[in-house]
Unconditional design. Sequence first.
Lengths: 114, 117
Amino acid sequence: GQSLEQPSEVTAVEGAIVQINCTYQTSGFYGLSWYQQHDGGAPTFLSYNGLDGLEETGRFSSFLSRSDSYGYLLLQELQMKDSASYFCAVREGRVTGGGNKLTFGTGTQLKVEL
Amino acid sequence: GAGVSQSPSNKVTEKGKDVELRCDPISGHTALYWYRQSLGQGLEFLIYFQGNSAPDKSGLPSDRFSAERTGGSVSTLTIQRTQQEDSAVYLCASSLVGLSSYNSPLHFGNGTRLTVT
């Protein structure tokens, strides 16, 4: 079977750094993505890791270790607007082979406090 | 508009009725997805269309659920004989997939909130 595990909830203060972990067990692996979803809103793409290592996009970074079936999303200089749910998602097939289906984790609700 | 459009935004129906949910993907996006999200839960995969290939229906929860994609563009998700457990937000997404695609992020619509009474 396939599963992605994330913490259900994380709380941090404004200006801090927070890390949201994701471990996965899937039949195939062609990349780990992260999506953000505000309450009542649509999920939006944040980052993608196809290879091991760190990808940085502004205040957000994402890391992948394929040997450990593990990744994380790092959010720096937290702002109140970062309060949202964060989902990791695994692609199990090659994009060009029609395998762009994403399996999502259960999501982590991030609460940023003053 | 430039984004994924879904209609209706809200749908209340009585148990046992059929409903149709519509998704208009971003122009040029060859891949289209339906996901379901119950309150406070993750995204549950339902069905995936990619170009002219046979759709991946592996996530459809029962034979009451079906989906079509006409002309490689607009998609309709149909739920027959709705049940209360079908109440959820139904999200549609599209992505651009090509020979050079390494990562093709999903672009989601705002969803249809379905309530079965």
